[in-house]
Structure formats: structure tokens, C-alpha cells
Design a protein around this ligand. Structure first.
Ligand SMILES: Nc1nc2c(ncn2[C@@H]2O[C@H](COP(=O)(O)OP(=O)(O)OP(=O)(O)O)[C@@H](O)[C@H]2O)c(=O)[nH]1
Ligand SMILES: [Mg+2]
Length: 328
């Protein structure tokens, strides 16, 4: 019978991949990430059998396009990897893929690609069910199984991704530029809420002091006793200038979130939200993998469109399908 044979082969390759990752084989790690990225059957099975060697600290690097996130990521990884393993994940929702990787980010981080303690991987955006968090969690888990002590996630800070990186990372570094507009616009967008550390990069360009001052002023107004005070740093990433201070502040923030009671509570609330999200995403995914579910969804949508059914009733019917999917 062909089906059990395929299953057997799949299990064998999962065992092999897991053993490979645990022994530090980069090809196995790369294959596993591809499986996660493609959201294939093997990935779900693989993730459920994986065990971690480390509990890596997650650093999120976010900010508008082109502010120097990759250059900074590379600099930070360079410092951290002197005595620790660093896994980098660059997420780009809009990129064109090239053989599973995003060339742009890869090329800009070339000085790291040969480093023994560093692994770089790019992932093109979101899966069908949206969001960066799920794929990111999986890749972080793979990095932890590999034994990395740090995971750095780079995302372009546009819209929803900003909020999601806040959920996924332990420390969020927001990278801005002196260029007119950037800072002011960002202040308006409320993006400061997600930052633990703000870096005004490209400080070699004029206006860096002005924007840093503006940011500090605005942050000062929000500061509360006992809460984390967001530092504003300046850097010239292309000259590796300012990296030491950024790494130092990341360490300080890490110390704060692990020892401060309020910060620990916030982290717990975020974890609750992530567990809920992951459980519901997995359930919907499982339901959709059952043949006929998607067709049923289409039918329901058609009925709602024709007003022959309310959205509430359609959702209730679909809920019953989800309920049944639990056991499959
Ligand atoms: N003048 C100046 N240019 C910089 C600095 N840091 C980075 N750049 C340049 O800015 C451009 C973008 O740098 P990246 O590191 O790729 O920026 P990014 O934020 O990762 O870009 P995306 O991922 O495309 O959003 C490159 O040409 C860098 O060489 C800096 O401190 N000063
Ligand atoms: Mg980049």
C-alpha cells in the first residue's frame, strides 16, 4: 500500500532532520526552515517532535524601509556571535523570492555568511492565514533546537508587522533615520509604543540630533516611574559606529524584562495572546486541510453575499466544521 510507505519515508526524513539539526548540520536546518516556509505536512510533524537545546533571546529589529536595519542587524550579530550562537531571520512581506532566500538581505549581510556562529535566513512574508508570528515562532524554535542563544528578527515596519514583532520579540529595536518626515510621521503613527530601544541610524546625515531630541522629548512625556525608559541612540551602521551602545542597551533591557515584576506580567499577557493565536490558526489550518471544507466556506460566503444567510449564522455553521476538525 503506497500511503503507509509515504508516511514511513516522511517519518524517516523527519528523524533525520531532527538529528541533523541537533548535531549542528546547517543543511538540515535549512531544509527544515524551507518546510516551515512552505507550510507543508512535514513541517507540522517536524515541529511537534522538535526539542530545544536553548531558550534563545529574541531581538526584533524593525523600522521603515531602507533605514539600515540589515546593516545594523549584521553589526549586532557580529558582536553577539563572538561568544554566542546567533540565528537571524529577515522577514519581508513584499519580496520576490529567489531560491527560498531574499537576495537583498543576504547580500547586505555577506560579512556574516561565513561566520561560524551565525546563520542567516530570509523568509518571504506571510502564509495564507496571515501574520509573521507563526512562521517566526517556528523558525525561532528551529534555531533553539540548533542551539542558538539569540534570534534576531528583522521586519520592515509597516502596519501590522510592527505590532506582531512586538508580540514575538523580547526586545524591539526601532530603527529610524534623520530624513525629514520619518520621525514625525512615526511619532504620529504611535509606533513608539512598540519600541524598547530607538536607534536614529544614518547619523552621518544632517538632522540626526534634531530627530533624536524630538524623540527623547516625546518619550520623556510618556515615561513613568518603575517603567522601562526607552533610550534613543544614534548610529552610523555603515561605519559600525554605535553598535556597542546598542548591544549594551539590549542587555540592559533584557535584564529589566527578566527582573521587573510589571514587565514580566506584560510578557505573560503577550504569551497568552500568542498561544490563543497559534491554537486558532492551527485549528483553522487543520479544518481547511480536510477535503470539502474550503468549498463549504465558499458556499457560505455565496449565501451571505446573496443575503440568504446572515454572517453570524454562516460563522456558526463554520464553527461546527472547526469543532469536528479538532479530532481529525
Ligand atoms: N549614510 C548612511 N547610509 C547607511 C547607513 N546605514 C545603512 N546605510 C545604507 O542604507 C541603505 C539601506 O541599508 P539596509 O541595511 O539594507 O536597510 P534596511 O532597513 O535593512 O532596508 P530594507 O530591509 O530594504 O527595509 C544601504 O545602502 C546602506 O548602505 C548609515 O549609517 N549611514
Ligand atoms: Mg533589510
Amino acid at each position: 500500500m503506497p500511503v503507509p510507505l509515504v508516511l514511513e519515508q516522511m517519518n524517516e526524513s523527519i528523524e533525520k532532520l531532527i538529528a541533523g539539526i541537533a548535531s549542528g548540520d546547517r543543511r538540515s536546518l535549512s531544509k527544515a526552515i524551507s518546510a516551515v516556509e512552505n507550510e507543508n505536512e512535514l513541517a507540522a510533524e517536524l515541529m511537534s517532535k522538535l526539542s530545544s537545546k536553548t531558550n534563545s533571546y529574541r531581538i526584533g529589529i524593525t523600522g521603515p524601509p531602507g533605514t539600515g536595519k540589515s546593516t545594523l542587524t549584521s553589526n549586532i550579530a557580529d558582536v553577539l556571535s563572538k561568544d554566542k550562537g546567533v540565528g537571524i531571520l529577515a522577514i519581508d512581506p513584499s519580496s520576490v523570492r529567489s531560491g527560498g532566500a531574499l537576495l537583498g538581505d543576504r547580500v547586505r549581510m555577506t560579512k556574516l555568511t561565513l561566520a561560524k556562529n551565525v546563520y542567516i535566513r530570509s523568509m518571504a512574508g506571510r502564509g495564507a492565514l496571515g501574520g509573521i508570528a507563526s512562521g517566526c515562532d517556528d523558525v525561532c524554535a528551529l534555531y533553539e533546537a540548533f542551539g542558538f542563544d539569540y534570534t534576531i528578527v528583522e521586519t520592515i515596519g509597516v502596519g501590522q508587522d510592527e505590532v506582531e514583532i512586538r508580540d514575538v520579540a523580547d526586545t524591539v529595536v526601532l530603527v529610524l533615520n534623520p530624513a525629514a518626515g520619518d520621525g514625525v510621521q512615526t511619532l504620529k503613527g504611535g509606533v513608539l509604543e512598540i519600541a524598547d530601544i530607538i536607534v536614529v541610524n544614518k547619523a552621518d546625515l544632517s538632522g540626526a540630533d534634531a530627530i533624536a531630541g524630538l524623540l527623547e522629548e516625546s518619550l520623556h512625556l510618556r515615561s513613568r516611574p518603575g517603567k522601562w525608559q526607552v533610550p534613543v541612540l544614534k548610529s552610523v551602521a555603515t561605519k559600525d559606529d554605535g553598535t556597542a551602545q546598542i548591544v549594551e542597551q539590549i542587555a540592559r533591557h533584557r535584564e529589566f524584562v527578566t527582573t521587573n515584576e510589571g514587565a514580566r506580567e506584560i510578557a505573560k499577557t503577550r504569551l497568552q495572546a500568542r498561544i490563543l493565536k497559534k491554537a486558532s490558526t492551527d485549528l483553522v489550518r487543520r479544518a481547511l486541510s480536510i477535503s470539502g471544507t474550503f468549498e463549504k466556506l465558499e458556499t457560505l460566503a455565496g449565501e451571505v453575499a446573496l443575503k440568504s444567510k446572515s454572517l453570524r449564522d454562516a460563522a456558526k455553521e463554520f464553527e461546527a466544521i472547526l469543532w469536528d476538525a479538532r479530532r481529525s
